[in-house]
Write a protein that binds this ligand. Structure first.
Ligand code: ATP
Length: 946
């Protein structure tokens, strides 16, 4: 009903009323009602007039309004000023298309075009950026879908490694996980645009780091930790079957996928991945998640991902990294303290870097220094700070301690419980925490040979939800046996290992990056030796058609490279460039060459040395070679997180973010805020202790919790350092005392009403998150906060009606969060934010990426997937140059608080299964988020090859 007819009706009603002395309801505004009372009267439909808000009318229809005001007004979109998403946006390379960092300068509505298929990807927003380039949210008109396009830097090394990502991911998707059941991001397309390799992925939501951050660095509820663990394990199991090592597993690389219910997570970023038999680079993994064998320079396998996974699980529960090492020395020191052990001697004996961290004490010292658990059984002893300093001629960089308890058991058991939990729920959760401890023990195991595999871990009671009664002993798996192979791999975009993929190198249209369009024409031969074959392992997780090929596939040359060439119409090529022999080149000889900027072409193909499959630009060069942070680093986004910067093995400018971070302790306006302590002077700082009255948690039972269970410390204070001294023996004792005789001694864990000493303490996020700074917080304008908040609000609630009405349009925007306080100067005093997986995203029926994907791989003209999710663009909502890493579509709604069953039982065969009894697990009632931390800063530096 339009406004005109409405007002004429009102007018008629008024006239009827005024012209007639005897009031007759049938004549006026009551006419419609009257007709209902008089069945013979002509029926009129009841209508409600909804006036659109003035703001909407003035903005959405502004062009129309202008036209009404001035008929001469002629609007054209081309006249709009460019809204740049890339920073810096000054074109200095590649004919002005690239900035000084070799990033393509992206702007809103710029079209990335796949020249082969003519498909156009219209950029709408920036999703994030990383070492390899930028990830943009793009709209594809043809399919009416949003997706994520990673635009790789215009540098040969990045280009080459990005092809590896394409190859590995395509293989994982198509060969090992055709039905998209293993929580690995889907790849849909790749092409070269303006000398940049562009890779199109399904669009996902926020990453787990951002999620934790949204929860003010409180841990997630155990039910969510379970659910996500199970899903990630499915992905890891698949990767193990495929003998692929991710090499950079961390919360940032696990993204929510809210288009399915309940929420799913997916593993992304295979840019550092490698084959298990090509572990040629030793500088890998982000530091917090780096395994001992990588740290020590020992040979590694897919087991390093299981270590990272253990760290992630712990972080999901604790809200903070388990091993936030400020340096490698600090990392190892933390591992030893928290786990109460050290790497086994056979590793220390052979590892390259042992002498950096250990001294050889020999058998004679066993009896002498027998106080610690490991000293009696090892001929190696970890260096003390002083010994390290003497050996390295520099002080070790030591980070702050964030937990009051320095051993795993105590850290988990004494982590604050949510407020108002009933005694029985506290007891239940305490039992599950014991299961979690046992679970973590199998993951963060020093010996990679003893570390559980994904399948073994997935059968742990913590994951299955079965009662935990005694330490888990997984069934043994068939060990992998070394297999020798010598295979030539043409890694040129024009050729490659496409045999098993069934892709002819000469089939037009299937080779998406034709040689002539390849900006970085590069070929290499890969010497492939010493691979490992999986000989009939019973542990395969893969339930699809591709399973059999994973068994022993690496002992069979015909199956050896069952990978998809990302490009290559011209078959196998072997080239050496600039006289550089690439045959048999060791990783150590491969280095980036300095690339002079401003040559108009970005890079010269002759200026670099190629990498092999399985190498990452971020993996093979000492960091010293790439120590310069890009000048283009948008300061607005803060420095790298400790987990991202120097901790990663990236040579590409991943700097010592740890030190930056350590210098960026920020008070968040906590009442009673603790004192600042710099790491160097306070290596044993023990964090804070929350006031008992303020250790609030929401009311959900243990397993009825929200995704984000908030261990609120609204009134924290600093804990004295008296409890700081925890050594090896202490850690060991706790371990043994809690697991005597092979049985867990169940101890009732104290809740908030009965606080154990030094518990209930969480650090200020500003303490450890480098992205928090008062300056940056001040830069958060209120509109942005509103946007952020509404993003959050929008994501978390999607009623069933919305799902059915808008199956393809993705997340529906619900009502806002109440009590939003845009001020960042105050610590939230409310309790919990919630996440409702059952209420977000589009229905699974709309999620058929695989269908699209298969088309993609087989026929480029049908390459687009069916996206269930197309969250509304944030176009126009953000300041320029603002990167939104993992911007959440996590929404919140109060009306869906549900209790959970006390235990969740998850079926590993049902990847998306909800906690048992179907109860919603993502909700916490009546605890709206009072304010939300800024989320859109990347944890990464903006990098470049210098
Ligand atoms: N499919 C996706 N959907 C939504 N956002 C994504 C997607 N892929 C990546 N992103 C966002 O872009 C960021 C960078 O992506 P990615 O990690 O793949 O880049 P990278 O350059 O390989 O990073 P790194 O430095 O860790 O190697 C991610 O952290 C994430 O926030």
């Amino acid at each position: 009903m339009d406004e005109g007819s409405s007002s004429s009706k009102e007018q008629a009603a008024e006239e009827a009323l005024s012209s007639s002395s005897s009031w007759r309801p049938s004549q006026g505004v009551f006419g419609p009602y009257f007709s209902v009372l008089q069945p013979n009267a002509k029926p009129q439909s009841l209508r409600v007039v909804v006036r659109r808000p003035l703001v909407a009318r003035l903005t959405k229809d502004i062009v129309e309004t202008y036209r009404i005001c001035n008929p001469q007004f002629n609007y054209s979109e081309e006249l709009n000023p460019k809204r740049f998403l890339t920073s810096p946006s000054v074109g200095v390379l590649n004919d002005g298309f690239d900035n000084a960092n070799s990033d393509l300068i992206l702007s809103v509505n710029l079209e990335l075009v796949n020249l082969d298929t003519k498909r156009r990807y219209v950029i709408k927003d920036m999703l994030g950026h990383g070492t390899f380039g930028q990830v943009a949210k793009c709209w594809v008109e043809e399919t009416h879908r949003f997706l994520a396009v990673k635009v790789i830097k215009n540098q040969p090394a990045y280009y080459q490694q990005a092809l590896v990502e394409v190859s590995i991911l395509t293989t994982l998707n198509k060969k090992f996980d055709p039905d998209d059941k293993h929580h690995i991001v889907r790849i849909y397309d790749y092409f070269v645009y303006r000398r940049h390799l562009c890779i199109a992925f399904e669009l996902l939501d926020t990453n787990l780091y951002e999620l934790i951050k949204l929860n003010h660095f409180r841990g997630l509820s155990l039910s969510i930790v379970q659910l996500f663990s199970k899903q990630i394990l499915r992905g890891l199991a698949l990767m193990k079957d495929a003998a692929i090592i991710h090499c950079d597993l961390k919360p940032e690389n696990i993204l929510l996928c809210t288009s399915v219910k309940p929420a799913e997570v997916k593993i992304i970023d295979f840019g550092s991945a490698c084959m298990e038999d090509r572990t040629v680079y030793s500088y890998i993994q982000s530091r917090y998640y780096r395994s001992p064998e990588v740290l020590l320079g020992y040979q590694y396998t897919t087991a390093i991902d299981m270590w990272s996974f253990g760290c992630i699980v712990a972080e999901l529960f604790l809200g903070l990294p388990l091993f936030p090492g400020a340096s490698e020395f600090d990392l190892l020191r933390r591992m030893i303290k928290i786990l109460g052990g050290q790497p086994p001697d056979h590793i220390l004996k052979d590892a390259k870097n042992t002498s950096k961290f250990f001294k050889f004490v020999g058998s004679i010292n066993h009896e002498e220094c027998g106080s610690g658990p490991m000293s009696r059984s090892s001929v190696y002893q970890a260096l003390t700070d002083e010994e390290y300093e003497a050996r390295e001629s520099k002080k070790p960089v030591i980070g702050k301690e964030y937990f009051n308890h320095m051993n795993l058991e105590a850290i988990v058991r004494k982590y604050p419980y949510r407020k108002n939990l009933a005694e029985e729920d506290i007891f239940k959760e305490s039992q599950i925490r014991l299961a979690l401890i046992d679970f973590l023990r199998g993951l963060v195991e020093f010996d990679p040979a003893k570390r559980w595999s994904p399948v073994q871990a997935s059968k742990h009671p913590f994951v299955t939800g079965e009662p935990f009664t005694c330490p888990y002993r997984p069934a043994p798996e068939t060990p992998r046996l070394p297999v020798s192979q010598n295979v030539k791999v043409d890694h040129h975009p024009a050729g490659g290992h496409w045999f098993a993929a069934g892709l002819s190198p000469n089939i037009p249209g299937r080779n998406r990056v034709p040689v002539q369009s390849s900006p970085h024409y590069q070929v290499m031969q890969y010497a492939h030796v010493g691979s490992y074959g999986s000989l009939g392992s019973h542990s395969s997780y893969h339930d699809g058609a591709g399973l059999s090929s994973s068994y022993g596939s690496y002992g069979d040359s015909s199956n050896l490279h069952a990978f998809y060439s990302p490009a290559g119409p011209s078959g196998m090529h072997l080239y050496a460039q600039n006289g550089v022999s690439i045959l048999g080149s060791s990783p150590d000889t491969r280095r980036f060459k300095q690339l002079p900027p401003g040559n108009g072409l970005g890079v010269s193909p002759g200026n670099f040395v190629p990498m092999s499959l399985g190498t990452s630009p971020s993996q093979f060069t000492p960091p010293s070679m790439y120590s310069q942070i890009s000048a283009g680093s948008p300061g607005n986004y803060g420095p790298s997180s400790p987990s991202r910067g120097s901790c990663h093995g990236s040579p590409l400018g991943k700097m010592a973010a740890g030190s930056q971070y350590n210098n960026r302790r920020k008070g968040w306006g906590y009442p009673g805020s603790y004192q600042s302590q710099e790491i160097s002077s306070s290596p044993h700082w023990q964090g804070q202790v929350a006031d008992g009255n303020n250790s609030s948690q929401a009311n959900s039972p243990v397993f009825g919790g929200s995704l984000l269970h908030l261990h609120s410390n609204s009134n924290p204070r600093q804990q004295g350092s008296s409890s700081a001294s925890v050594g090896y023996s202490n850690a060991h004792n706790v371990t043994s005392s809690s697991m005597q005789g092979g049985h867990i001694q169940f101890q009732k864990t104290h809740g908030v009403h009965d606080k154990p000493e030094g518990s209930n303490s969480l650090p200020d996020p500003g303490d450890w998150d480098p992205n928090y700074s008062e300056e940056l917080l001040l830069q958060e304008d209120s509109s942005e906060m509103s946007n952020l908040t509404s993003e959050f609000a929008k994501g978390i609630h999607l009623g069933q009606a919305a799902v059915s009405q808008e199956p393809l349009t993705g997340v529906r925007r619900p009502s806002q969060i109440s009590n939003l306080n845009p001020s960042m100067s105050q610590r939230p005093t409310g309790q919990t934010q919630a996440f409702l997986p059952g209420e977000v995203g589009s229905p699974p029926s709309g999620h058929e990426p695989h269908a699209g994907f298969m088309h993609t791989m087989g026929n480029p003209s049908y390459l687009m997937p069916h996206f269930a999710q197309s969250s509304p663009s944030r176009l126009g909502q953000q300041p320029l140059y603002r990167f939104n890493q993992g911007r959440p579509a996590v929404h919140y709604n109060e009306s869906h608080a549900k209790a959970q069953s006390s235990h969740s039982t998850y079926n590993m065969d049902a990847p998306n299964s909800a906690p048992r009894n179907g109860a919603s697990w993502g909700r916490r009632g009546s605890n709206p988020i009072p304010n939300i931390p800024p989320t859109s800063r990347t944890r990464k530096d903006y990098k470049r090859v210098v």
